[in-house]
Design a binder for this molecule. Structure first.
Ligand code: NAD
Ligand code: TYD
Length: 352
């Protein structure tokens, strides 16, 4: 099959796992990783596959319409898997407009390019939009998000993702683009940028720095192994009907404080510290503004339609994650000292 897929945001956390999976599993596809390399993009995430013949990296911004049209003309992609986004809620509270630009305008730019370049091929060319469970808002102590849950975003991040989802559906309903959307719960695993809860806590514990817990630590998240997310995206991309929506989740709810205590025990064990020493680093800090209480995903539809299930138990996944961070000290160091921005990514100048 002659298939060229542009994966946006492929140098980020989840995107790098999706790129790796597609490059390795589908040698017949040409995979173009289109990424702006913001602070969250790191090409060293893909060092193991960067020389594969079916992989190419292109540096660029999805907000730049001229650049996108040149890329579509040059590569004539048959599909887009769109992950590029500003993804951190705390940053969205500080700088909402960056989220509007990339998440909303960037997505509409991509949709417009697809609409323009795919004329007469709408049904065979797929536009896969990777969204989040956060667009559904916050749950109380019970209940789960289904694909029918009404949108109720609270943070600028989730509002921007919700807005982009509406545009994707509108381009399906109005122009007949072959779109698919999935909403996933919180991911964890290797190459996770250390501003998010789990990698931040791993880094702080290792360096004996306080672990900041927002509010009382009672907020609940449903954690999924990132490679299970990449496998779900692969399945949905290949098997879903056009216009479909799927929820993806770990069926794995943890309060933040219970999760951090489990992580502390794992770290004490791996670092040969006496039990209880890492827990002493837990520090309760001012709560996040508009902090959603609970997310929980009902992924029954994905299991029923496409046979997907999470593959790995949380404690096992967390141990593997801790091991990855401890064995890849350089990856963390180049981020915490900022050098990853200066040298590795700089070898790529804009080539288009
Ligand atoms: P990330 O922040 O780790 O990576 C985002 C990537 O997008 C980076 O490589 C960055 O350089 C790139 N990017 C940002 N702005 C860009 C622009 N204007 N043009 C081109 N590239 C740009 O994000 P992530 O955690 O891997 O999330 C990826 C996607 O999955 C996002 O769309 C996010 O909303 C969604 N999602 C994330 C989670 C999660 O737990 N992290 C859960 C559900 C859904
Ligand atoms: P995060 O990893 O930022 O993901 P999201 O906000 O998208 O769910 O945060 C996960 C949870 O951890 C969330 O309830 C906020 C909380 N949190 C802390 O308590 N301390 C921290 O330092 C961070 C980054 C998050």
């Amino acid at each position: 099959m002659n298939h060229t897929i542009i994966i946006t945001g492929g140098a980020g956390f989840i995107g790098s796992h999706v790129v790796r999976r597609f490059v390795k599993n589908y040698p017949q596809y040409r995979i173009i990783n289109l990424d702006k390399l913001t602070y969250a993009g790191n090409l060293s995430n893909l060092r193991d596959i960067e020389r594969e013949l079916n992989y190419e990296f292109v540096k660029g911004d999805i907000v730049d319409v001229d650049f996108l049209y040149k890329i579509f003309a040059k590569y004539t992609p048959n599909a887009i898997i769109h992950l590029a986004a500003e993804s951190h809620v705390d940053r969205s509270i500080q700088s909402p407009m960056e989220f509007v630009k990339t998440n909303v305008i960037g997505t509409v730019n991509l949709l417009n390019a697809a609409k323009e370049f795919w004329k007469d091929h709408y049904s065979e060319n797929r536009f896969y939009h990777v969204s989040t469970d956060e667009v559904y808002g916050s749950l109380g102590r019970t209940g789960m998000f289904t694909e029918e849950t009404p949108y109720d975003p609270h943070s600028p991040y989730s509002a921007s993702k919700a807005s982009s989802d509406h545009f994707v559906r509108a381009y399906h309903d109005t122009y007949g683009l072959n779109t698919v959307i999935s909403h996933c719960s919180n991911n964890y695993g290797s190459h996770h940028f250390p501003e998010k809860l789990i990698p931040l806590a791993i880094n702080n514990i290792k360096n004996n720095i306080a672990i900041p817990i927002y509010g009382k630590g009672e907020n609940v998240r449903d954690w999924l192994w990132v490679e299970d997310h990449a496998r779900a995206i692969d399945l949905i991309f290949h098997k879903s009907e056009a216009g479909e929506t799927y929820n993806i989740g770990g069926n794995n709810e943890w309060t933040n404080i219970a999760l951090i205590k489990l992580l502390c025990r794992i770290m004490d064990n791996k670092l040969d510290r006496y039990e209880g020493s890492s827990e002493k680093l837990i520090t309760y800090v001012k709560d996040r503004a508009g902090h959603d209480l609970r997310y929980a995903i009902n992924a029954d539809k994905l299991e029923k339609d496409l046979g997907w299930k999470p593959s790995i138990d949380f404690e096992q996944g967390l141990k593997l994650t801790v091991e990855w961070y401890l064995n890849n000290q350089e990856w963390l160091d180049t981020i915490t000292n900022g050098s990853y921005l200066e040298y590795y990514n700089q070898q790529y100048v804009d080539r288009i």
